[in-house]
Ligand binder design. Structure first.
Ligand code: GLN
Length: 453
């Protein structure tokens, strides 16, 4: 813990942490020392972790990287972090992220962008770590935590993992409790780990996952010993390669990486089959209706009364307006506007209802493949390597949304997906592949992930 605290101090220019908690960390580490001395070490005893600012940490800064939650220190602890502490893990601090987890580059944070520790060969340009769990990914990649919590609504664990050469898994919807995780789009949000390798991700997910009476969408299915899957044979597993993921204009580099992944899995004894997920092209537009719709509803609670920031106003409605105007950033406001629009009486059927129908079709595409015997699906994790800070922000927001093209389908279908580092781009940046599994079959993803990493 001391070594990590020193490393955090030396790496402050990355802006990965929004709050460092040296005192709390040392106190937790001392408690772990006592457990170890007593011969009572638990699964994560003394392991120093970073926590995404989206997770409620009792008595500590929890602001979803937003101005509107200024000063918010919850009186409760999220279930996921409670599980980690119950296994002996140590909290180093809260990690930067896109505001309310809305973004793909960690440039929408109230606390400013996170810098990736990576650079292109021969260049000193600062790169994004991806988002929204950009602080988590950068911190794991820079070795300023041993592992991190993250969340994924449309790719926010897998895309930053791919951009930083780390491993990130979004478990099946319902695997981890959402209780105490600041809500973005409740039917899509899932917590998961970002870690250095597949084994660490397996160990962390085992601890994070649980059924929870406080989240009725969490599911009572046994959480297997994921670590036992690491390195197990993948012989005979059927891996689907969806033709719809070969996008027009896909770079030769990404295609090459995908082919390489196919070859590795084949060499390891897996069977490769071509599959079709015909509704893939509708996933991104449908996601950018469903996610903002739910966000606009979830974010209605930030009114200047119950949490954080309060601005002055001539009456209560004026105070609400002023607080929300000052408290939310531009991307969050855009989502609220889109969400409110697609849910409004005149447009509900045309947009929201239609998007929900599309969601069902996307889910069915996957079900048909799994019913036909496919064990997992291999795709690229992102359409490109990391880009420069400022390179895509502020331009056309759709340009940024396209980053999620390979990841959002998985959230729409509620499936587990893992991003695993698979190689470097021509410019020396990490590139990742994604494996998508059957519901609650994260174990198979850990098996296959070990072959790729
Ligand atoms: N980039 C996507 C968005 O902005 C996904 C975010 C996430 O998974 N939290 O909505």
């Amino acid at each position: 813990t001391k070594a990590y605290l020193a490393a955090m101090e030396a790496a402050r220019d990355l802006n990965a942490y929004v709050v460092e908690m040296p005192e709390k960390a040392l106190e937790m580490a001392a408690a772990s020392d006592a457990k170890i001395a007593a011969g009572e070490a638990r699964a994560l005893e003394g392991i120093p972790l970073g926590i995404k600012d989206l997770f409620a940490t009792e008595g500590f800064h929890t602001q979803a990287a937003s101005h509107i939650l200024d000063g918010f220190k919850p009186a409760y602890e999220s279930t996921v972090t409670s599980n980690l502490w119950a296994d002996g893990a140590v909290m180093l601090g809260k990690l930067n992220m896109d505001e309310f987890a809305m973004g793909s580059s960690n440039e929408t944070s109230y606390y400013g962008p996170v810098k990736s520790p990576w650079r292109k060969a021969g260049s000193n340009m600062a790169l994004v770590p991806g988002g929204s769990s950009g602080g988590s990914a950068a911190a794991v990649a820079a070795r300023i935590c041993a592992g991190a919590t993250a969340t994924d609504t449309g790719g926010s664990i897998r895309q930053p993992a791919a951009f930083t050469g780390t491993v990130g898994i979004k478990p099946t919807y319902g695997r981890c409790s959402r209780w105490g995780v600041v809500a973005f789009a409740s039917s899509l949000d899932q917590a998961g780990p970002i870690a250095r390798d597949v084994r660490d991700a397996a160990i962390l997910l085992k601890s994070m996952a649980s059924v929870d009476l406080k989240d009725t969408t969490s599911v009572d299915i046994e959480v297997p010993d994921y670590e036992a899957s690491v390195g197990q044979s993948v012989k005979g597993l059927k891996i689907g390669i969806p033709k719809e993921y070969r996008l027009d204009g896909m770079s030769a580099e990404i295609d090459g990486l995908w082919q390489q992944g196919i070859a590795w899995l084949k060499d390891a004894g897996a069977e490769i089959v071509d599959i079709s997920l015909p509704h893939t092209k509708y996933a991104l537009p449908a996601y950018y209706i469903v996610a903002p719709a739910e966000a606009s509803s979830n974010l209605a609670r930030y009114d200047g009364v119950r949490y954080g920031l309060r601005e002055k106003g001539t009456d209560i409605a004026d105070m609400y307006e002023n607080s929300r105007a000052a408290g939310f950033g531009e991307e969050v406001k855009r989502r609220i506007l889109i969400g409110t629009y697609v849910l409004s009486a005149g447009y509900y059927d045309a947009y929201y209802l239609k998007a929900q129908k599309v969601r069902t079709l996307i889910k069915r595409d996957f079900e048909l493949c799994f019913d036909a015997g496919v064990d997992a699906i291999l795709t690229p994790a992102t359409p490109s390597a990391a880009f420069g800070i400022g390179e895509k922000a502020g331009a056309d927001p759709v340009e940024m949304y396209l980053n999620d093209v390979f990841t959002v389908t998985v959230n729409m279908a509620g499936l587990p997906g893992i991003a695993v580092p698979a190689g470097l781009s021509g410019e020396g940046l990490p590139l990742g592949l994604q494996l998508i599994g059957r519901p609650f079959d994260e174990a198979t993803l850990f098996k296959l992930g070990t072959v790729i990493e």
